[in-house]
Ligand binder design. Structure first.
Ligand SMILES: [Zn+2]
Length: 120
């Protein structure tokens, strides 16, 4: 919410008046103490609606980011497995499957770093 004269406003949460004992709804005041500007209800509604939409969009963006991360991790693991498949019998022969798993995961991490850096 913006004051046309001073800019930034802050929101005062709903509460109960100490003076009158009556409840009051949340409202906005200018950060400039002497300012008497109070936004119209329609303006506040519009501002809060936009704010809600921004929050929703932020959540969507975050979800897309998380999904991309999961996909990149899956691709990296797949590539690492394919790359190291020819070595698998070597590890089996040495009875060291833990070492094979460690090598696959280490390689997957390197693939993941490569993928998330745009292939650089
Ligand atoms: Zn003001």
């Amino acid at each position: 919410m913006q004051c046309p004269k001073h800019g930034t406003m802050r929101s005062i949460p709903a509460g109960v008046s100490k003076k009158t004992g009556k409840p009051y709804p949340a409202f906005y005041v200018c950060t400039e103490e002497s300012c008497t500007y109070r936004p119209e209800k329609s303006e506040v509604n519009k501002f809060e609606k936009n704010l809600d939409q921004e929050i929703v969009q932020e959540r969507i963006d975050k979800r897309i980011g998380e999904k991309d991360t999961h996909i990149a991790r899956a691709v990296a693991l797949n590539d690492a497995t394919a790359l190291l498949a020819p070595n698998a019998m070597h590890y089996v022969a040495l009875n060291s499957l833990d070492a094979l798993r460690d090598e696959v995961l280490k390689t997957a991490d390197r693939f993941y770093t490569w993928l998330t850096n745009g292939g650089k």
